[in-house]
Design a protein. Structure first.
Length: 405
């Protein structure tokens, strides 16, 4: 709760630093809203209860902290995911070494210092930071720390995990996603369309749990496409410091990938409904611009790169489906399995979707970007993390059984 208070008291300073580093104001507003549940007495009690000894037929199970944890934080949600992991590590009884992201280092360092000052009242030395280069940092951690949390690409995550396993160290992977949303014929279409647009384009779509593939029942397909075009064209391209700004610069590597994915989709028969170009901060077409126009591609198929790879930017491919079986099959062709969402009032449709879609989490008729302390803290299957959804406070401990005669 003290962290929550400090978080609110320092909000203006954190936002000033983050915006100066290129983080958009609207994304920060979302982060503060979603993280407001993290630092409450209710959250601390709930996470603490999960770690209590569990009696089992006269025996009991303990959760034991690993000891020292290295955290490679994400640049796109420093005020949510970074703080959440630090808190969970502390609650679990670990000390934590934080590696700030290269694209948003100062705000992460400021937040870490704020939390470090609070933690100093306790008997362990729970938090320090490093600004070393990521690969050098992780290599040192593998030999010197007990556990690593890594946010980043699936390829880098797997490489780190393979090295760590050889040294008998645990790695918690929070890696790429290509989340799918299914809009069914019987849903509240107004809410579904609004959420699909927001879940794709918030923060220029640079979030692991953003909707990156949209599947729509054929009976409402034309309506959905038409209204999403209107939504995309209404978004404001501008500087991160402008509170009106929806679309901010995209990381260069992701920007180049999005350009290529768009060209590939068009060559394979997709229709460009809007966008499709690099632009400057005034929204003017610019071959070397750091922005990408909010882009809608319709008539997409699963063989297109935009449906196979993670699109870390403002590009939304839309696919028409005739049946639930077809929708689930196409969703599951992805190598990723972080989160999925469905909009439908049909309980049978929803239940089949929940059971058969290959993801770590499913959101039903609600905000695809929903993020609260009660829900597991992300986690996916396949190339999105292998083991499914997770609570970090549990992941940062190991189980010990005790039997007494």
């Amino acid at each position: 709760a003290r962290i929550g208070k400090a978080f609110q008291e320092n909000r203006k300073k954190i936002e000033e630093i983050s915006v100066a580093e290129g983080h958009p104001q609207k994304m920060l507003d979302w982060e503060y809203k979603e993280s407001s549940t993290f630092f409450t007495d209710d959250m601390l009690y709930y996470l603490g209860e999960q770690l209590k000894p569990k009696p089992v037929n006269g025996d009991y199970l303990l959760r034991i902290p690993f000891g020292s944890v290295g955290l490679v934080t994400p640049y796109n949600a420093a005020t949510t995911l970074g703080i959440l992991n630090i808190c969970c590590s502390f609650i679990s009884g670990n000390c934590t070494v934080v590696k700030p992201p290269s694209m948003l280092p100062v705000s992460t360092l400021y937040i870490s210092q704020m939390m470090h000052d609070i933690f100093q009242e306790y008997t362990i030395n729970p938090l320090c930071t490093t600004v070393a280069e990521s690969k050098m940092c992780v290599n040192e951690w593998i030999s010197g720390l007990d556990c690593i949390i890594f946010y980043g690409s699936s390829e880098s995550g797997v490489e780190i995990a393979s090295k760590a396993v050889k040294n008998y160290k645990k790695v918690i992977l929070e890696i790429a996603g290509s989340d799918a949303t299914l809009i069914w014929e019987d849903c509240n279409l107004e809410k579904a369309i609004a959420d699909a647009g927001r879940a794709r384009f918030l923060g220029s779509g640079q979030a692991c749990i953003a909707t990156k593939r949209l599947f729509v029942h054929e009976s409402v397909y034309d309506t959905v496409v038409s209204e999403l075009i209107e939504y995309a064209q209404s978004l404001h391209i501008g500087l991160p410091s402008d509170p009106r700004t929806d679309i901010v610069p995209t990381a260069v590597e992701a920007l180049e990938s999005i350009e290529w994915y768009t060209k590939d989709a068009l060559n394979r028969g997709a229709q460009l409904e809007c966008g499709g170009h690099r632009v400057n901060h005034r929204g003017e077409e610019d071959d070397v611009g750091l922005y990408f126009e909010p882009t809608i591609l319709s008539d997409c198929t699963t063989d297109m790169l935009c449906m196979q790879e993670e699109t870390f930017g403002p590009l939304l491919p839309i696919c028409k489906v005739k049946s639930l079986k077809e929708a689930i099959k196409k969703i599951n062709t992805s190598q990723y399995g972080l989160r999925a969402s469905i909009w439908s009032e049909n309980d049978k449709v929803v239940e089949e979707f929940i059971q058969k879609v290959d993801t770590g989490g499913v959101i039903v008729n609600d905000d695809h970007l929903l993020f609260t302390s009660r829900l597991p803290h992300l986690g996916g299957v396949k190339a999105s993390g292998i083991t499914g959804s997770k609570y970090f406070n549990l992941e940062l401990t190991y189980m010990k059984y005790v039997h007494k005669s």
